[in-house]
Design a protein around this ligand. Sequence first.
Ligand code: GLC
Length: 410
Amino acid sequence: MEQNITEMNNNNNLQKLKSEFSDLLKENQRESRGYKYTVPSPHLYPYQWLWDSCFHSIIYTRLGELGWAKDEIRSLIAGQWENGMLPHMIYWEKNEMHNVNWGTEKNTSSLTQPPMIAYAVERVWKASKDDDFVREVFPSLVRFYKWLRDERGEDKLIRCVHPWETGEDDFVAWDSIYKVKEPSKKILENLKIDILDRFVKTELNSKEFLKMNIFSLKSLLFNSVYLRNLESMRLLANIISSPEEEYFQELLPKVREAFKKNLFNNQFKIYSSYYDGNVCIENIENSSIFLPLFANISSEEEAKELVEKYLKNEDKFWLRYPVPTSSADDENFQPNRYWRGSSWVNINWFIYKGLRCYGYDKVAQEVRDATIRMINKTGFWEYYNPINAKGLGAKNLTWSGLVFDMDNPD
Ligand code: GLC
């Protein structure tokens, strides 16, 4: 009975949220130079961002707007560099926001972001069965994933050269790389600019920069996304009978093996991020520990431990509006701060998918319910206080629409 009432409330709330979201989309959609894309948020993030557009494509797919779902991918690919990199920002129409020296004359940033694009294309295909679309975008995807391996690879895993590449920009876990304790927002901003300047000084030569150990990070989220997306690449290759299928088929077990060998922390018995080759980050108890579920790399036993000891633990991650980016019992947990203890809808979406993958449907449902309650309380924000659902950061952030995709295991 109680279950039915919750479900009814959720359905009513979802209908209301869907109509609010359709207004939000209209405000955030853009068309420029013949390409269509959606900005993350009109005021704070007025350009195109890489992993945001992948999430947007997934949301459009789920809402049945396949035209937009494909256009988000096409505009991302229009910004691809000759070397294969997909930049994390494309300035279709430049204004005074986010003006930093990227070391390039192009209308893009010179960094990348978590490689969600193959998974997004897989979702478009599953909903449309449009082989021609896969044929159209697949060669660009191959160039991107090969660029990652060739330029950023070490031991079959991928390294980020900048916190902006991780997608989890101000993560507490990165403090140990900078060797700073409790940094203010200003200190972190200066650090990010400084790291970018040093990368630019190498003329954007990742290999040279990575040797300098300024920022050389095997991020757990980035590599989990990479691994899951290699599965998508293998599937897409198969769909269009591409000879590249063999490449991805051979690469996958090697990446899985390297992941298990190099990203597992034997002391804590969970996966973690590593920097400078093999140094484990501190503040290991953060929301990325759940990403291996999305990558389908955890054993059943590890998955159980993640759910029971971490996710459903009220002293750590199971707060009123889960899932915070840092464990609540971490000394650096700050519920209002950007990536330092706040809850994010895209992280909840990853966790939802991972839980479904391991058959934890009921817990997945609880994560979904909490996400709906959170958005219902304060609207579509960039991130939220996990204790009272206060909306924080950018208002009307598009990827928070991922909540609509938290109802199937795909
Ligand atoms: C912030 C987030 C990043 C996201 C961007 C646009 O920089 O940290 O992950 O892509 O905003 O939403």
